[in-house]
Design a protein around this ligand. Structure first.
Ligand SMILES: Nc1ncnc2c1ncn2[C@@H]1O[C@H](COP(=O)(O)OP(=O)(O)OP(=O)(O)O)[C@@H](O)[C@H]1O
Length: 586
């Protein structure tokens, strides 16, 4: 088996495994589909027998003995039964499909949750989600339109061949069997490889289009500002034209298959006419011709779903890859509880992205009620250290909290006690309250308002007619960058963490507002919260009891502000001089 086939087989087993308890209803849908098709066949055969009776030909003895009333009655009963069974088949089939899709969605979103923490590597997870959502919808074909039609195609063709053999002899049966094999097996196999590759191209280009559109929507101001709209549209057009070429190739193959199917259907009738007509079995010819219409219909469905299946499998393969990819960071099977408070100790911390090592041998201690600042040039590794402290990335060395290695604790426990507030200040679609609580319970509106007031948002909140019920809009579009940062900080403060990491999380604030925010943080520090401040602005970190200066991923200096400023050639002094120079040039 080549690797592509192995991949497809693994995907199918995974799909079935994900939804294994739905296999019983899926089997029921298949049985119902079979029965519906067989009843159709029965109705057409009865209609054919009626025609034979009118034309006074020799047909099937058992049917010819039926009176007109009996025939009409049987057709009505079968018609009603078909209606009921078809309803049930559709109901069960789609129920299975939608339940499977709901389950798949949960699996995929859970996989994203583990694989997309707040690390820089996965900032594009929004468009990943859009892609996964459309892939999941495509998988519906696999459940609703694959197994039941395939089973009924086999059942109908076997039964019709057997009935032809027993009623009309070997030659017509072989002709009918040949037609079923051609229509149900040979034609659907034509061009499958090309169809699969077209489906992969189309799926990939749809996902690229989704991604492009999601990026363009998120950064529409930037694109307009840099007059990059045309370039983006061109990329979109290129991707569309690639998908168009693949769709055209799919169309050609589909058209060829449809033409061949028609030729075989009419050729079969002609062959039967020659065989049965020359034998004078015109009655048999009429009945067989009537029966072949619905049976061909059942077998032709194989061609239809094979086309949909290629597309569906291309989406499913990507979902399988996503769901089975190893999460960047996992919690232990038997987590050890972290104490409510304690020293956060980093020893010999090393961080690499791929083969590039960006942090080496960093030691840092953060005691309860202490504020430590981490400073350094852009790219010196500050955010990477912060990410390691909440296990958003893999690292070497050890980080412990209250004497417990954080890798021994559950991610949930760690991230409840150590909270990272980053510059990006994520907001979700919803109200101010939704954004602050993010599912947290037991916090009153009064507490929320008090924190917002502390962070200088009292006036803004008073201006909002709906107060805490004010909606923030998509990506917090209705609030400023500084307000968004303060909402993100409020979200952290109401959780009363033991350690708060502020990674440039006041960067969008003016000096007065930043001071107000830092005072709120300082009040909590005095009550025992440890604070790690990461900032380029030295004024922000000047109050810290300890300043750690990172240079190219290693600790270059440590001490308090006055100690570091006392050394004229320290990196910190140079940073301070540059900051003053910016204010007082020359
Ligand atoms: N996801 C990533 N993949 C690859 N390299 C990364 C990734 N994130 C960061 N880096 C690299 O790691 C180094 C340290 O980045 P980091 O964001 O930790 O620095 P920083 O000191 O916080 O920078 P800044 O002050 O600009 O935010 C940089 O060289 C950066 O390019």
């Amino acid at each position: 088996m080549n690797s592509e086939k192995k991949h497809t087989a693994a995907t199918i087993f995974w799909l079935i495994g994900t939804t294994k308890d739905l296999l019983a209803p899926l089997a029921l849908a298949s049985i119902l589909s079979c029965l519906t098709r067989l009843i159709s066949l029965g109705i057409y055969v009865l209609a054919g027998a009626g025609l034979v009776k009118v034309l006074d030909l020799q047909g099937i003895a058992a049917l010819q003995s039926l009176g007109w009333g009996q025939m009409a009655g049987l057709i009505i009963i079968l018609g009603l039964a078909k209606g009921v069974l078809r309803y049930l088949e559709q109901y069960v089939g789609h129920r299975v499909a939608f339940l499977s899709l709901a389950r798949l969605r949960r699996r995929i979103y859970a996989a994203f949750e583990h694989q997309a923490p707040f690390s820089a590597a996965t900032r594009n997870s929004g468009s990943l989600l859009a892609r996964a959502t459309s892939d999941i919808d495509k998988v519906e074909v696999f459940f609703a339109h694959t197994l039941p039609p395939a089973v009924s195609a086999v059942a109908v063709s076997v039964l019709a061949t057997w009935a032809t053999w027993t009623q009309f002899g070997e030659q017509p049966a072989l002709i009918v069997l040949g037609a079923y094999l051609l229509i149900g097996v040979i034609i659907p196999a034509l061009g499958v490889r090309a169809l699969r590759s077209d489906a992969t191209i189309i799926a990939a280009s749809r996902s690229a289009q989704n991604q492009l559109l999601a990026e363009a929507m998120a950064g529409v101001e930037v694109l307009h500002g840099f007059h990059a709209g045309n370039k983006t549209m061109q990329r979109l057009r290129d991707s569309t034209s690639e998908a168009g070429t693949a769709a055209l190739s799919t169309g050609k193959i589909t058209a060829l298959r449809a033409a061949l199917t028609q030729m075989i259907m009419w050729g079969t009738l002609l062959a039967l006419f020659i065989v049965l007509g020359t034998q004078g079995q015109l009655g048999a010819l009429v009945i067989l011709s009537c029966a072949l219409v619905p049976s061909f219909e059942a077998v032709r469905a194989v061609d239809g779903f094979i086309l949909g299946l290629q597309d569906s499998l291309a989406g499913a393969r990507r979902l399988h890859d996503t769901a089975t990819r190893k999460p960047a960071v996992t919690g232990p099977a038997r987590p050890e509880p972290l104490p409510e408070t304690g020293e956060l100790l980093i020893q010999g911390l090393g961080i690499s992205y791929g083969s590039s090592s960006v942090v080496q041998g960093v030691d840092l201690a953060l005691h309860p009620g202490e504020a430590v600042a981490l400073v350094g040039g852009s790219g010196s590794g500050k955010s990477s250290v912060a990410s390691a402290m909440v296990r958003a990335l893999e690292y070497t060395g050890t980080i412990s909290f209250g004497g417990v290695d954080i890798t021994a604790a559950s991610l949930e426990d760690l991230r409840r006690k150590v909270i990272l507030v980053s510059q990006e200040a994520l907001t979700v679609r919803g109200t101010v309250r939704d954004n602050l609580l993010l599912g947290m319970e037991g916090i009153s509106d009064g507490q929320l308002v008090a924190v917002l007031e502390e962070l200088g948002l009292a006036t803004w909140l008073a201006q909002q007619k709906s107060g805490l019920d004010t909606r923030l809009g998509d990506r917090g579009a209705r609030v400023s960058g500084g307000q968004r940062q303060r909402l993100a900080l409020a979200r952290a403060l109401i959780r009363e963490p033991a350690v708060l990491i502020l990674d440039e999380s006041t960067s969008a604030l003016d000096a007065a507002t930043e001071q107000c925010v830092l005072e709120a943080v300082e009040r909590r520090r005095q009550q025992g919260m440890a604070v790690l401040m990461i900032s380029h602005r030295l004024a922000t970190v000047g109050q810290a009891q300890m300043i750690v200066v990172l240079y190219e991923g290693v600790v270059a200096e440590r001490g308090n502000a006055s100690e570091l400023l006392a050394q004229a050639d320290s990196l910190f002094s140079q940073m301070a001089i540059r900051e003053v120079d910016r204010i007082l040039p020359g």
